[in-house]
Design a protein around this ligand. Structure first.
Ligand code: UD1
Ligand code: CA
Length: 459
């Protein structure tokens, strides 16, 4: 039987340098809270329990992360990382091994953590360390003459020789819960900061002859924490760069991998192309050979095969059928469903509208709460008047209808199959199929009419 894994996430710190009302670990990276990234990494290890230590910011944290299976341990006041871990102990399985993560270190790869868990399951203590060009501020790893990890000394407690060491403690470690509990009980706060240091556990373990195995991340960004808005922005760029690399490896063409932002899940088929400055939010699917032009924002959408989204489109909660052409400058609002080969052009807004095969709405229109059939042509400047100030009403346009330019469709109203509406019509009653319907004041010409001329000013 494999030894169960418990994860402790430390998130009680204040985050002073963020200068924010929002608790630090709730600040979003790629559209979701820092803490949610750490939880995702933890989930990948299939732990039996996860306990989050919180404190600063009060109940905002458990409220924002609505996951009933999480254990929450309140640390108040915050007397150091060792004290923080102590608050989680009552929530742990004493037979488990325990992985300690920081809620403000969002990009650690599950592979790195997996290796640490493996080491701890074999009875050793896994400690994640990294060599830094500038180790200032971090705890330093002190090794003995044989190169074994002996203890960790914090920046503020270190002597000059220790300060010269550049291997630092990332704070992430994995060890048996029972031993951890024993060592935590012996911590003291007789140090430069008057805190209970979790790091002192390593010295105790080594003194008792336990094996402390240093592990290393594949890259520095895996262990970087967020303490300021600058660091948050840097990690956001790193996250996006990693994601862009992954997309290209899958076969997606990114015109510039430095200019794409994915804040959610982007799933791409074969030979998808994404031009610069596009933002994808929520769950977006781009099917085979879909192309997205520059400067599009696409959220919770399914974009069909061979679709062309031209530049500057905004698409939310919509589906776009195969070979459709959308934009430039089109807005598809929630509930829009475009069938295959639909064309939606510039300055067209669609909302809760289902548009049938090969219909065209190419210029300057608003079509909301509407059902549009197959092969319909909606002329420039057509408006569905769907809202009477109190209620929304539907417009139905049947197959092969032709809507002249600058038409208002006052819903509820139906345009019959094959009907034609003359330009400028204000349709208030249903238009019968296959006939021309129009509402228009008669055109007249006034013979002999003269343009007014300016009166001459008197001298
Ligand atoms: C800690 C380590 C240091 C390491 C560094 C890496 C200790 C004593 N030192 O230092 O060796 O190089 O992290 O960044 O562990 N936290 C609580 N409650 C507390 C204090 C902290 O939950 O009472 C949480 C914070 O929210 C944060 C994490 O623990 O997520 C680390 O706290 P921080 O104050 O940043 O630790 P450092 O002093 O930087
Ligand atoms: Ca820190």
């Amino acid at each position: 039987m494999t030894i169960p894994l418990n994860v402790i996430i430390l998130a009680a710190g204040k985050g002073t340098r963020m200068k924010s009302e929002l608790p630090k670990v709730l600040h979003p990276l790629a559209g979701k809270p820092l803490l949610a990234h750490v939880l995702t990494a933890a989930d990948r290890l299939q732990p039996a329990r996860i306990c989050v230590v919180y404190g600063h910011g009060g109940e905002a944290l458990p409220q924002a992360i609505a996951r009933p299976e999480l254990a929450w341990a309140k640390q108040e006041p915050q007397l150091g990382t060792g004290h923080a871990v102590q608050q989680a102990i009552p929530h742990l399985d004493p037979d488990a091994i325990c992985l300690i993560l920081y809620g403000d270190v969002p990009l650690t790869r599950p592979e790195t953590l997996h290796e640490m868990v493996r080491i701890a399951r074999e009875g050793a203590i896994a400690l994640l360390t990294v060599r830094l060009d500038n180790p200032h501020g971090y705890g330093r790893i002190v090794r003995d003459l044989e190169g074994r990890v002996e203890r960790i000394v914090e920046q503020k407690d270190a002597c000059p020789q220790e300060l010269a060491l550049n291997e630092v403690n990332t704070g992430i470690l994995c060890l048996p819960a029972a031993k951890l509990t024993g060592w935590l009980g012996r911590l003291s706060n007789h140090n430069a900061q008057g805190e209970y240091y979790l790091t002192d556990v390593i010295g105790m373990a080594a003194a008792e002859g336990e094996r402390v195995i240093p592990c290393h991340p594949s890259a520095e960004w895996e262990v970087l924490g967020v303490n300021s808005r600058q660091q948050l922005a840097e990690l956001e760029r790193q996250y996006q760069a990693n994601l862009a690399q992954g997309l290209m490896t899958q076969g997606v063409t990114l015109i510039d991998p430095a200019r794409i932002d994915v804040r959610g899940n982007l799933e791409c088929g074969r030979d998808v192309l994404i031009d610069i400055n596009c933002v994808f939010e929520g769950r977006v699917i781009l099917r085979d050979s879909a192309r997205v032009g520059a400067n599009c924002v696409i959220k919770d959408a399914d974009i069909g095969p061979d679709v062309e989204i031209k530049p500057f489109c905004h698409i939310e909660s919509a589906t776009v059928g195969a070979r459709a052409i959308v934009g430039p400058y089109a807005r598809l609002r929630p509930g829009t469903e475009l069938a295959e080969e639909v064309h939606v052009g510039n300055f067209v807004e669609l909302k809760n509208a289902q548009v049938g095969f090969n219909s065209k709405i190419n210029h300057l229109s608003y079509v909301g709460d509407a059902t549009v059939g197959r092969k319909v042509n909606v002329g420039a400047g057509t408006i569905t008047c769907n809202y009477d100030g109190a209620n929304k009403h539907r417009t139905v346009i049947e197959d092969e209808a032709f809507i002249g330019s600058d038409t208002q469709l006052v819903a509820p109203v139906t345009v019959g199959r094959g009907a034609t509406l003359g330009a400028g019509t204000t349709l208030t009653r249903d238009a019968p199929p296959d006939q021309l319907t129009l509402s228009r004041a008669k055109q007249l010409t006034i013979p002999g009419w003269q343009r007014p001329v300016k009166k001459k000013k008197e001298a």
